[in-house]
Design a protein around this ligand. Structure first.
Ligand code: SAM
Ligand code: SF4
Length: 475
């Protein structure tokens, strides 16, 4: 569903760089975070109105414990009020780590001669996907370095291979991509392979800092990266993900820049990014980053809470770069998707031997190496509803987060039942009966709470059909 948020319409032109560092700093420096203003802005967001850059600047300036706590509480409330208790699960799958760039923070940089380079063969890709399916995964993000080998045709081919792998009742129903920007023809080829979201992170929106961390390779071109998702939109790839790598530059600046990027896409294409990612810098082989802008756990939590309030209808992704306990805390502030059972060493999903982390084989270090079942158990324990739902994508419902946010009853009548059905499939297919009881209890409780009698009846019937062996039912 497309929309025109007229109130935020700005005079942007597609393909024209839109980040003005001075403008962003002027907005931050001139904002005044007095209590009344902060509360006014929080209320605007709770009333389901998106915030503009000046309002977001006030929230990032609010640094008294009292106001920070109010911001976090508001993010929690917005999440509960609007999104309910679902968390969508996915896993990253690294397809190849050849790379021609030299990003100073990344273990895959071309200058790193220690990295063990690898591109999965078709057979290896199939075994990894089988292993992921045998664990219960339904949604993957394929990740690639930037290299001539990873052409659009190659990426499309790997996507089709992944969709083609079926193991018992297992299948991958949505494949997202995180790879270098493509040209229009390339985006079209990848779109036609049936991808979900295409993610390109700007890493840092601050031009000088960007230049410092990307001295050589194609990725040096800041403008090209900044407007790359415009090119995707031009060919109808309207499901895109943006992101900033936190720790390269001031997080307050990156926050406003992410909002500015959102404005740009809305202004030029009437649709904002599907998701925003905010990976925090982790140690990597030959890591050489200035620690000046390191983001503490406390700042990170603030970042997520403010972003939730700033863009209430955009999906927020939290990854296993973050440790278990912090993930648990931050989930409350409105992240909608988390990865689980993550392995970022190439080919490792199908490798049965227990592996120690080896930075020579990884892009960076991860801090939550729990299995999918462990993450699911914790979510259930905390009364979150784990979801593998892919319905919107399958039904061509673009802008699902906006619908969740703005269409009355959408979450209760579509998302929650779909989460319940995918959880039921998971419990039957991938858990021993003795380990599934808590999951079924949560399903029963969630069904009991449903208000719409008609949907409730349909759902009860569908869960019975799933118990009887049917799969892939959705609203
Ligand atoms: N090579 C493509 C690119 O650069 O766009 C694909 C993405 S890269 C494999 C995935 C993302 O990992 C990067 O965009 C960056 O934000 C993140 N990343 C790289 N090094 C990292 C590190 N040391 N810690 C945390 N995240 C990192
Ligand atoms: Fe290559 Fe991407 Fe790593 Fe940069 S972040 S070195 S482009 S894999």
């Amino acid at each position: 569903m497309k929309f025109t948020p007229e109130k935020y319409k700005i005079e942007d032109k597609a393909h024209k760089p839109f980040i003005d560092s001075k403008e962003i700093w002027d907005i931050i420096n001139s904002s005044n975070a007095n209590k009344e203003r902060v509360r006014e802005i929080i209320n605007k967001s709770l009333n389901k109105e998106r915030l503009n850059m000046s309002e977001v600047a006030v929230l990032v300036k609010a640094d008294s414990p009292e106001l920070i706590s109010e911001i976090k509480q508001a993010a929690r409330e917005l999440k509960e009020r609007v999104y309910g208790n679902r968390i969508v699960l996915f896993a990253p799958l690294y397809v190849g780590n050849l790379c021609m760039n030299n990003c100073k923070y990344c273990g895959f940089k071309v200058s790193n001669k220690e990295t063990i380079r690898k591109t999965l063969t078709k057979e290896e890709l199939i075994s990894d996907v089988k292993a992921l399916e045998d664990n219960g995964q339904k949604r993957l993000i394929l990740v690639y370095g930037e290299h001539k080998k990873y052409s659009p045709e190659f990426i499309a081919d790997t996507v089709k291979t992944v969709y083609g792998v079926k193991s018992k009742n297992g299948e991958i129903r949505r494949v997202n991509i995180n790879a270098a920007p493509l040209d229009a023809k390339g985006f079209k080829i990848v779109k036609d392979a049936g991808i979900g979201t295409y993610q390109v992170f700007q890493e840092t929106y601050h031009r000088e800092t960007y230049a410092k961390y990307h001295e050589s390779g194609k990725k040096r071109d800041y403008n090209n990266r900044l407007t790359s998702l415009d090119t995707a939109q031009d060919v109808g790839l309207d499901d895109v993900g943006i992101g900033a790598l936190l720790g390269l530059y001031d997080w307050r600046f990156e926050m406003l820049a992410l909002v500015r990027h959102t404005n740009h896409l809305e202004a030029c294409y009437n649709i904002g990014p599907h998701t925003i990612s905010f990976p925090r810098l982790q140690n990597a082989e030959e890591f050489s980053c200035d620690p000046k802008y390191q983001v503490s756990d406390e700042e990170f939590a603030r970042f997520v809470a403010i972003l939730r309030l700033a863009v209430p209808y955009t999906g927020l992704i939290l990854t296993a770069r973050e440790p278990e306990l912090l993930r648990k805390e931050i989930l409350q502030y409105g992240c909608s998707q988390v990865d689980a059972g993550t392995k970022i060493e190439l080919g490792n999903y199908s490798n049965k031997e227990k592996q120690e982390q080896d930075l020579r084989k990884e892009q960076f270090q991860i801090n939550d190496s729990r299995s999918l079942s462990e993450v699911i158990d914790e979510l259930i324990e905390d009364e979150y509803l784990p979801s593998f739902c892919t319905a919107c994508y399958r039904l061509g419902r673009t802008g699902e987060h906006f619908m969740e946010f703005s269409v009355p009853g959408f979450i209760k009548e579509k998302c929650t039942p779909n989460a319940i059905m995918t959880l039921a499939e998971y419990l039957i297919d991938y858990r021993e009966i003795k380990n599934a009881a808590k999951g079924w209890k949560l399903i029963d409780k969630s069904i009991d709470k449903m208000e719409n009698k008609q949907v409730k009846e349909l759902l009860i019937n569908r869960v019975e059909r799933i118990k009887g062996g049917e799969r892939d039912l959705y609203f």
